[in-house]
Design a protein. Structure first.
Length: 72
């Protein structure tokens, strides 16, 4: 959608969400959730042929924020 609209993608990663709502939980627990807003990513040069690669690059950035030990 961002590519078609000609606007940047602004990745937002939420950390520690499972502390507040573990898998299969029915009740939300008190927890501190951190929102990490990454710099906008320009989509002007994106093409349909490379879209999967662009998406994978953004996913890698998300994973790097969620688990920086694996990226180091």
């Amino acid at each position: 959608m961002a590519m078609q609209a000609g606007v940047p993608v602004v990745p937002v990663v939420f950390r520690n969400v499972l502390d507040a709502l573990p898998k299969d939980a029915l009740v939300v627990r008190p927890a501190t959730i951190e929102a990490v807003v990454l710099p906008p990513i320009d989509t002007a040069g994106w093409t349909l042929e490379r879209l999967d690669e662009e998406i994978e690059a953004i996913r890698a950035r998300y994973l790097g924020i969620l688990d920086p030990v694996q990226q180091g």
